[in-house]
Design a protein around this ligand. Structure first.
Ligand code: SRM
Ligand code: SF4
Length: 566
């Protein structure tokens, strides 16, 4: 495969991957270099496959330049934890690591895992080692491979939760890179075999053309936005048993302003597979993408573009060849929401489960609000686990009645008892954006809470405070907070300015549509005010905001990603 590659034709990252000796690159040398807080340019790409991104503090960028200093480099570390289930011991370990080596906060991501921000180069290895000591790793949390596999989060809602989370873990394990690079570089494990002989049976030496994402939902709850995944599985329950999964392919949300050939796309359901087939189907979809994805242009490399280029029919025909059998026809299912259901629920396991809202997914102590301390103390007493949801929230899961009372008391002690928040805030997601994200054009996590308060004031004027409306904001069009699937989507264009998108569906199955471009806060509120008033006066019974704005022609429904306008 290697000798005849015309590197001129391929994206630079292809050569980097190929030359990296199965993801080793020069990471060991970069880590040892005391002159700079950064790693080499090439290693910044390779480190992603190990769950690490190089960043710098953008808040103090100008000052560092003025002082002729290099940027304040630090690193983001992302865990791989399929299904997002953590033991209390693991939570405590992450809490401690965030204090010892990171910026003191824990970030719960939109893919059910943790990120640490602000880790200095000299502390990377110790942090990763300690994570591994607690049975947590960061392998393939980023990079051109299959990423963290998401699954339905709430054991209280479905007795099939345990089965689905196990399936997510098995898929994740099956699709892990097989290189020993991670263990050598971070855990000082000796080479088992000569690395030159080592092969990646699944990925080959250039891995995938681009990142790849998988999620599993149990209807009617679409809590991991199954249509945003490269590969989504929808569990089908018949006679009190999961009989299989509908298979959705080609979801993906990232776009680039000024490049109309980039667009968000919702996954296409192409059939049904049995539980025995699910790992094979996952593997073969990955292989079709490996062999057909665009390796020249990374902005056209996701599976969604491969499928639109091939056409769904040809893609399915190719997949069938790889599988050696046909998928069965898709089965019926209904998805009714993509947000989380908050509060305590007693599950069929007779245990208690508390779904708890974490604004922006940021766990920290701020003044009297001591969420980080509360969760630390709760982790010391619970007899269950903590599960992260795909909406940046968490579930204190599987506790007895006695412990439930202790949890409530601890939340109260630390000033973080669950509040009666609005239906809008409950359904809000903001990506990280500034100050850590190098790609952000505008604020998101640090700004959305204030904007929500201002929209709440308008909703309250119309007695719509309880109305559940999905609102999501990102600092750029990459889509990390899945804004293209929100009923109200806000995407950063420049500091203080956003594009406003309306008309996503409450269950996450329909893309929204551009309503207004490059508007500031005052304009956002002025645009939303009359629409909310109209909604209050003229909505049909039970009609959701996203459906209302389409029925009343505020925006036209987008049927295909290709029709999306930026
Ligand atoms: Fe993302 C890149 C944060 C979920 C689409 N994403 C980034 C980087 C690493 C910026 C970078 O490349 O340097 C961001 C780091 C910011 C920081 O300081 O933490 C970043 N993405 C995040 C997280 C932490 C957002 C959050 O607030 O929770 C999410 C981590 C998930 C995880 O645990 O793995 C996160 N990113 C997503 C999602 C949502 C999802 O997967 O459910 C998407 C849209 C779905 C999709 O992939 O299509 C997403 N991130 C992107 C893209 C655009 C990809 C594309 O196809 O165009 C980029 C940029 C890129 O890859 O070039 C990106
Ligand atoms: Fe950064 Fe953009 Fe992702 Fe937000 S959407 S975290 S700004 S890459």
């Amino acid at each position: 495969m290697s000798e005849n590659i015309n590197w001129q034709e391929l994206s630079e990252v292809e050569k980097l991957k190929y030359d990296s000796n199965y993801l080793r690159g020069t990471l060991t040398e970069s880590l040892a270099d005391p002159i700079t807080g950064a790693i080499s340019d090439g290693d910044t790409q390779i480190s992603k496959f190990h769950g690490i991104y190089q960043q710098w503090d953008r808040d103090i960028d100008k000052e560092r330049k003025r002082q002729k200093l290099e940027p304040a480099f630090s690193f983001l570390i992302r865990l791989r934890m399929p299904g997002g289930r953590f033991t209390p011991g693991q939570w405590l370990a992450m809490d401690e690591l965030s204090e010892k080596y990171a910026n003191g906060t824990l970030k719960l991501t939109t893919r059910q895992t943790f990120q640490l921000h602000g880790v200095l180069k000299r502390n990377l290895k110790a942090t990763i080692k300690e994570m591994n000591d607690h049975l947590m790793d960061t392998i393939a949390a980023c990079g051109d491979v299959n990423r963290n596999v998401m699954s339905h989060a709430n054991p209280a809602q479905s007795s099939f939760h345990a089965e689905v989370i196990e399936t997510a873990k098995n898929i994740s394990e099956h699709l892990l890179p097989k290189t020993g690079a991670y263990h050598e570089i971070w855990l000082d494990k000796k080479l088992v075999a000569d690395s030159k002989e080592e092969v990646e049976p699944l990925y080959g030496n250039r891995y995938l053309p681009r990142k790849f994402k998988i999620g599993i939902v149990i209807p009617p709850h679409n809590d991991c936005d199954v249509f945003s995944q490269d590969l989504g599985f929808i569990a089908i329950v018949e006679n009190d048993k999961i009989v299989g999964y509908n298979v959705a392919v080609g979801g993906g949300l990232g776009t680039t302003f000024g490049k109309p050939e980039t667009y968000p796309r919702t996954g296409t359901v192409i059939g049904f597979c049995t539980p025995d087939q699910i790992i094979d189907v996952a593997e073969k979809v990955v292989l079709v993408q490996r062999d057909n994805g665009n390796r020249k242009d990374r902005k056209q490399a996701r599976l969604k573009y491969t499928i639109d280029r091939m056409g769904v029919e040809e893609f399915v025909a190719e997949l069938t060849k790889y599988l050696g059998y046909e998928l069965e026809p898709e089965r019926e299912y209904v998805l009714d929401r993509n947000g989380d259901d908050f509060g305590w629920i007693k599950g069929s396991d007779k245990k208690w489960h508390l779904t708890y809202f974490v604004e922006g997914g940021r766990v920290l102590d701020r003044g009297e609000y001591k969420l980080k301390t509360a969760l630390r103390e709760i982790s010391k007493v619970i007899d269950g686990d903590i599960i992260l949801t795909g909406n940046q929230n968490l579930i204190i899961s599987g506790v007895s009645t006695k412990v439930k009372n202790k949890v409530d008391a601890l939340l109260k002690t630390y000033g973080v008892s669950p509040e009666d928040i609005s239906g809008l805030r409950k359904n809000s997601i903001a990506c990280v954006a500034l100050p850590t994200c190098p790609l952000a054009f505008a604020e998101a996590e640090r700004y959305l809470p204030d904007l929500v308060s201002k929209i709440e004031a308008i909703l309250n004027e119309h007695e719509l405070g309880k109305e559940e409306i999905v609102i999501r904001m990102t600092g750029c069009p990459n889509g990390c907070g899945r804004p293209y699937l929100a009923e109200i989507g806000l995407i950063g264009k420049s500091p203080g300015y956003y594009n406003l998108y309306l008309g996503g569906s409450f269950n996450g199955s329909r893309l929204n549509t551009l309503y207004k471009q490059t508007i500031n806060e005052e304009e956002i509120l002025n645009e939303l005010r009359p629409i909310i008033a109209d909604f209050a006066a003229n909505r049909k019974d039970g009609e959701h905001f996203g459906d209302f704005v389409i029925r009343n022609n505020y925006v036209e429904e987008i049927k295909e990603g290709k029709d999306f306008k930026h």
